[in-house]
Design a protein around this ligand. Structure first.
Ligand SMILES: Cc1cc2nc3c(=O)[nH]c(=O)nc-3n(C[C@H](O)[C@H](O)[C@H](O)COP(=O)(O)OP(=O)(O)OC[C@H]3O[C@@H](n4cnc5c(N)ncnc54)[C@H](O)[C@@H]3O)c2cc1C
Length: 471
């Protein structure tokens, strides 16, 4: 398709288009997803440098009837950011749109381009004496645009909400190539349908996000982190209730990790698990106080002592330095990486009412043990948000690829049936992408699905924006 490649080059410059016909280029970083479950083929990968270039690329593809796949850091876990196997889709990579345009300290907002890596946006907020409290283990690679397109969650949702709650405005290139400027840093704006909320979480199927206005927060003064061990998830849930009752305004993290999760980190990253007591469940608690570190520490010590007296905590460790606090977080964040080192596994990113979680995990663990004896349940996540990563790894010594092939459908049915039965969601924070598209069709409310389909048809009648994802 020489016309397409030469026209793309005319828009963004020759060096910003990768052509698969060129034997010197490696397209794999843009066509294979992070989990290595999907290996697509692209007609081209294009790197626009401005929103106007994005709009021109989109208009060109619209005219030629070529489908586009928006892509940021390509850290998504549901196969949403990579092209299909047809070799007909163009990947529109927004990584060159990476500027923090401005920080408004009085309004507590940041205007930032979609390709800005989340960690860079966080650093810019910190340099201004403020905080962007969106935090994921992938923050060194994922981008603001990807975070918004997938409505990312992460470790501070409990206090600050997910990406949706942290975004006040968007700039979007529509499927026809118009630029919608919705970059308003307003906390109140009731002017008709909320297009911002429509685009957040749309996973690249309704347009390309090119910039956003994000809310910032005053930086906390005292941040203190602890690990606590619990005999079971019911005790961990009671600990959460106590933490919320006593420290609601300062509680910024409440993560749980089961024994198997920590064992995997011990195996693949032993330095991160040094000194961590073995337990059925380990809880990471973080308080971020507006006054001194001493006051925050005291609050955490009192919470831990009281919960030990109540028998909810068996053992506890309060970090004595920021360095140790970071090590605790690395332990938590390394679980996903340890799992990928261990091999392919069946992943479930689910949410439930917090009150239903203990019963769900006990029931699902028992059912899976019967279904695949020896299967290892790697369960960890954001208990404070009712969001668990309930993943299943092959029994020790079994081939992970064969395990995935033979058991994925059965395990999905088992887990998702139990989740839906208890009023939960089959995707808490990772989205639908390609991985969960069929599950969505099977399990979502049919009226909601029909409305989504009508929104998609109205905004993208030619179905050229990330086709085959979500719906
Ligand atoms: C180790 C690890 C830990 C993770 N932890 C978390 C976690 O705690 N919480 C969480 O929510 N997620 C987590 N993720 C998943 C992932 O990092 C997030 O979904 C992230 O928000 C994706 O950002 P990205 O820039 O990499 O997007 P990509 O992977 O590039 O794309 C994701 C989706 O967004 C679309 N998209 C990307 N950019 C744009 C754009 N500019 N405009 C329109 N659509 C776009 C893509 O088409 C795709 O559908 C984790 C991933 C890894 C690898």
């Amino acid at each position: 398709m020489p016309e397409l490649i030469s026209s793309l080059r005319a828009i963004v410059g020759a060096s910003h288009v990768l052509d698969p016909a060129d034997p010197a280029v490696d397209l794999a970083p843009y066509t294979r997803d992070w989990r290595k479950r999907y290996q697509g083929r692209a007609r081209a990968v294009v790197f626009p440098g401005t929103p106007i270039e994005v709009a021109e690329v989109v208009r060109l593809c619209h005219r030629l009837g070529v489908a586009l796949v928006p892509q940021g850091g390509n850290t998504g876990l549901v196969g949403g950011g990579v092209p299909d196997e047809s070799g007909q889709q163009v990947v529109i990579q927004v990584g060159r749109l990476n500027r923090v345009r401005r920080i408004d300290k009085a309004n507590l907002t940041m205007e930032v381009e979609a390709g800005c890596v989340l960690a860079h946006a966080q650093q810019a907020a910190t340099a201004a004496g403020l905080m962007l409290p969106l935090s994921l283990a992938s923050e060194g690679s994922c981008t603001i645009g990807g975070n918004l397109a997938s409505n990312a969650g992460g470790t501070q949702v409990l206090r600050y909400g997910n990406a949706r709650e942290q975004c006040l405005g968007l700039e979007v290139v529509t499927p026809e190539g118009a630029i919608w400027n919705g970059l308003r840093g307003l906390r109140k704006d009731n002017t008709g349908y909320d297009l911002r909320d429509l685009y957040i979480g749309s996973e690249g199927t309704l347009g390309v996000i090119t910039a956003a206005v994000m809310r910032l927060q005053p930086a906390p003064i005292g941040v203190v982190t602890a690990l606590a061990t619990c005999a079971d998830l019911v005790d961990a849930t009671d600990l959460l209730v106590q933490a919320q009752a006593r420290c609601a305004m300062t509680l910024t993290g409440f993560e749980v990790m089961n024994r198997t999760s920590i064992d995997l980190v011990r195996r693949h990253f032993p330095q991160l698990a040094q000194g961590v007591p073995a337990a059925n469940w380990t809880v990471l608690i973080e308080l971020s106080g507006p006054t001194s570190e001493g006051m925050t520490r005291l609050q955490l010590e009192e919470l831990m002592a009281d919960c030990m007296d109540r028998g909810l905590i068996d053992d506890g460790l309060i970090a004595v330095s920021m360095q140790q606090s970071r090590t605790f977080w690395h332990l938590r964040e390394a679980i996903a990486l340890a799992q990928s080192q261990e091999g392919l596994n069946v992943k479930h990113d689910i949410s439930l009412p917090v009150s239903a979680i203990g019963e769900f995990v006990a029931g699902a663990d028992a059912a899976i043990a019967r279904h695949v004896p020896g299967a290892r349940m790697v369960c960890f996540g954001h208990l404070g948000d009712g969001n668990l990563h309930y993943n299943v790894q092959a029994p020790e010594g079994q081939d992970p690829a064969a395990f995935l092939k033979n058991h994925e459908a059965g395990l999905n049915a088992l887990v998702y049936d139990a989740v839906v039965h208890r009023g939960g969601s089959i995707s808490a924070e990772h989205g639908i992408g390609r991985l969960k598209r069929d599950e969505l069709r099977l399990r979502h409310d049919p009226v909601a699905l029909a409305l989504m389909q009508r929104i998609k048809s109205a905004l993208d009648p030619s179905n050229l924006m990330n086709p085959g994802k979500v719906l």
